[in-house]
Design a protein around this ligand. Structure first.
Ligand SMILES: [Zn+2]
Ligand SMILES: [Zn+2]
Length: 196
């Protein structure tokens, strides 16, 4: 059985949108986050509710946004994708039904990162910052992920003079400081890594 607040919220959203109510299926799970699915053909909204009350509410509103999204965007009984039109409805519902903008951005952005782009275009408070932070994080992750590959396989260093420098005669790398001191005393091996 769905809790009373959820049934009331569903009725209110559908009445505001002027659409028939779906039947609401509600079950509880021993976890924090909620999840949901809307089946337009079957006329159902199903929520698996976790323990976090804001996430329960946001999840139901997210599914109701699928339910009330404009008819033209539904295809073959399936709900609309998470596109600009969908988020136009969804962030509107979050704002009207008590989800603070920061919560909506954090949770929606956590599940569907593309939502931040739409929220930013809609001028949702804080979306500009959230979108920028995500871009920085993505760039950082890409930088860390860039594969390191072996440019020259492991070999015995052969010290050669190059003007005032000393290089490895095999791979050409300049050798300086303590490494040079050590290699002068005792031969060593190295390999040349790069991201090129
Ligand atoms: Zn969705
Ligand atoms: Zn070398």
């Amino acid at each position: 059985m769905a809790p009373a607040w959820a049934a009331a919220l569903l009725s209110e959203v559908c009445a505001d949108a002027g659409v028939a109510e779906p039947s609401l299926r509600w079950r509880r799970a021993a976890r924090v986050a909620s999840s949901g699915v809307t089946r337009w053909g079957a006329g159902t909204v199903a929520v698996t509710s976790g323990s976090d009350p804001i996430d329960q509410r946001l999840t139901l509103l997210h599914e109701l946004a699928h339910w009330v999204a404009p008819q033209a965007r539904r295809r073959r009984g399936r709900v609309a994708h998470h596109d600009a039109a969908f988020y136009g409805v969804a962030f509107g519902l979050y704002e009207r039904h008590g989800i603070p903008a920061a919560e909506a951005l954090a949770r929606e952005g956590g599940r569907y990162p593309s939502s931040l782009r739409h929220a930013r275009a809609m001028g949702v408070p804080g979306a500009e910052t959230a979108w920028r932070e995500r871009r920085v994080a993505l760039r950082e992750r890409a930088r860390l992920r860039r594969p390191v590959r072996v440019l020259v396989p492991e070999h015995t260093v052969r010290l050669v003079r190059d003007g005032r420098w000393t290089r490895c005669g095999v791979c050409g790398v300049r050798i300086v400081g303590p490494v040079l001191v050590r290699l002068r005393r005792r031969s060593g091996r190295h390999l040349l890594l790069g991201t090129g």
